[in-house]
Every structure is written in C-alpha cells, then in structure tokens.
Design a protein around this ligand. Structure first.
Ligand code: G3P
Ligand code: CA
Length: 284
C-alpha cells in the first residue's frame, strides 16, 4: 500500500514538473554561472517575439522566461487613463481605429489586441498601466517607457501617483525604471520620483553624443539606453565613466544579442529573451 502511495506521489510530481518548468530555466542560463558576465535580460514590449506586444500575454511570457524586466509603452486615453500601446494609434495592434488620445478607456477595452499577432491570442485586451502594476509588481522588474509625454499633459504626475499609491516609489525598490525619448519629461519625472531610477532613450541621431551631454544626463538619469546601432566599446566606456548604465534596444536576432554581449553593455532589450540566455559566453 505504502509503495503504491509513493509511486502515485512520484508520478504527480513528475507531471507537475513537466508543465511548470519554463522553456528557458535558470539552470540552462549560461549567465547564471558565477564566473560569467551577468547580462540583464529585458523583454521588449513583453516577450513580443512570442506574444502580441504590450499585452498581459506578452508580459506573462516574459515572466515565464524568467527575464529581469518587462518593458512596456505608456499612452493616455481621452478620459485620462494610462494604457499600454506602442503606437500613437490603435490601428496596427488592435482591430480598432484611431488615436489613443481620441478614444476613451471603455472604447479601447472593446478592441482585440491579440488576433493581429496570432489566433491563439484572440480576445487579448489592451492593458492599463495600473492593471499591469497590480499583476507584475514584485514579480519582475518593470521598465516603463513614457511615449510622447508632450502630447499628454499630466502624464508624469499620473504615473507617479500610481506608483506612490502602491508604495513602489521607495528607494529600496530597484526593480522599477522609467525611461523616455523625451528627456525633459524624465527630468520632471525624476523630481516627482527621486528614488526611482530613470533612463534617457537615444535614437540613431545621438551617435555623436558628447561627454558634456552624458554628464548632463547623469544629473537626473541612471541609464542611457540607445538604439543598438550606435553602440561602440567607446560609448559603453564613456557611459560607465559618468556613472550610468546602458540597455540598448532592440535585439531581434542571436547575432545582435551576441554583439551587444561582446560590447559589455549592462542589459539587452530584446523581443526574444532566449537569445540573451543562450549567448555563447567566451572563457574569460
Ligand atoms: O525600450 C526602448 C525601446 O522600446 C524604444 O523603442 O520604439 O520599441 O518603444 P520602441
Ligand atoms: Ca518601448
């Protein structure tokens, strides 16, 4: 009898293990070994190579893949609600039409944000910023991008309020970062949330960023996150010299991830987190 109970117990454990061990586990992550370079793995718009960008499905996939951060983009609706979407309009990533700023939250919630990607995601909704905080805070790092804040007066205050309500603005919380291409917005946000690290995003036109500019950024930002095409070993050194870190965007191939590894950046923003885990780390 005892033997039978034991076999049943072993079988149950085996079945549970089969269904819960993620595709990419910490054990198979070469970065988890102590003698190898640790690379921060950031799922861009969630694990958007595997699930529709900026949806709960993509964030959950990133979480299941054990990334360090999920990245997402924040816009504001006509009725002042913060929602997650990359583009100014809902057209590309939902079955709706129009500018986010011309639609109410109720209208946006009617749209399907998953079927454009794959039929497996039919019914996926556009998440709000607050819903996402409530599901993922404390579980995975959040890299919050304010999209076009110049179009949305009061956006920085609303983001700060949502974080403060949840006590996510404390100095001990190192798993929230706010970033934007709008650097004035980051200055303002840093004043509202002095304990939260901020990042300046830099497109290809910042290829010749000067040391003076980097110094200035470092007065309010902790990260200089550039388009990966402008990253050179010198740029990485200069960013580190002013005390900032660098998370380039957006790696979509294994070769791109490998190159960023060799450049010794601090983190990689990628649609495919598995590329960061499976980088063939050289002996050092
Ligand atoms: O995290 C940086 C990256 O997301 C910026 O580019 O256009 O994908 O939001 P984009
Ligand atoms: Ca983004």
């Amino acid at each position: 009898m005892m033997k039978r109970i034991l076999s049943f117990f072993v079988a149950v454990v085996m079945v549970i293990t089969m269904f819960t061990v993620p595709t990419v586990s910490a054990q198979t992550n070469p970065n988890s070994k102590g003698d190898q370079q640790k690379m921060i793995n950031i799922a861009h718009r969630g694990a958007s190579g595997h699930a529709p960008e900026n949806t709960m499905a993509a964030f959950q996939k990133g979480f299941d893949m054990k990334v360090d951060y999920i990245e997402f983009d924040v816009h504001m609706t006509k009725d002042g609600e913060l929602v997650l979407m990359h583009d100014l309009t809902v057209d590309r990533t939902t079955n709706g039409h129009g500018y986010v700023s011309d639609l109410t939250l109720d209208e946006i919630k009617q749209f399907d944000a998953g079927s454009w990607f794959h039929e497996d995601f039919v019914g996926e909704k556009v998440p709000t910023f607050e819903e996402t905080l409530d599901v993922f805070r404390g579980k995975v790092g959040l890299l919050i991008e304010l999209k076009s804040p110049e179009r949305y007066p009061g956006m920085e205050e609303k983001v700060a309020e949502a974080l403060k309500e949840r006590k996510m603005d404390r100095s001990s919380n190192h798993k929230v970062i706010i970033q934007s291409f709008n650097h004035e917005s980051m200055k303002k946000s840093k004043e509202l949330l002095p304990h939260i690290p901020h990042g300046v995003l830099a497109g290809p036109s910042w290829a010749n960023v000067t040391d003076e500019q980097l110094e200035e950024f470092s007065t309010y930002a902790d990260y200089f996150n550039p388009n990966m095409t402008i990253v050179t070993p010198e740029l990485v050194s200069r960013i580190h010299a002013v005390g900032m870190k660098i998370f380039p965007y957006t790696s979509r191939t294994q070769e791109q991830a490998n190159r960023l590894f060799e450049l010794k950046v601090d983190g990689i923003i990628t649609d495919f987190p598995e590329h960061v885990y499976f980088h063939p780390v050289k002996n050092q």
